[in-house]
Design a protein around this ligand. Structure first.
Ligand SMILES: [Zn+2]
Length: 93
């Protein structure tokens, strides 16, 4: 593809133009898509609730790419963990 500012040819996955240093349009659309993906996921939240360990792993792996999603999963995993702990304590009495 070509830089929209100076017209210099640049590699397709470049974030900035190597000649003029301006931000490349294509890179913006990629980050926008990634941001659009950062919405809480109900299914993963429920999974984290019932299997807190999975939630913890998801939280750690997703934190860098989708922080909002990861935060939700983290909360569900924590609540699920506490409820599991209470249930185990009650059942063992
Ligand atoms: Zn340029």
């Amino acid at each position: 593809m070509f830089c929209s500012k100076c017209g210099n040819e640049i590699v397709d996955d470049a974030v900035v133009c190597t000649k003029c240093g301006c931000a490349v349009k294509g890179a913006n659309s990629i980050s926008a898509a990634a941001a659009g993906d950062d919405v809480p996921n109900g299914g993963l939240n429920i999974l984290s609730f019932f299997v807190p360990l999975v939630g913890l792993i998801l939280y750690c792996t997703m934190q860098s790419k989708t922080p909002r999603k990861a935060k939700q999963i983290g909360i569900f995993a924590l609540v699920g963990f506490i409820i599991n702990l209470v249930l185990v304590t009650v059942m063992s009495m």
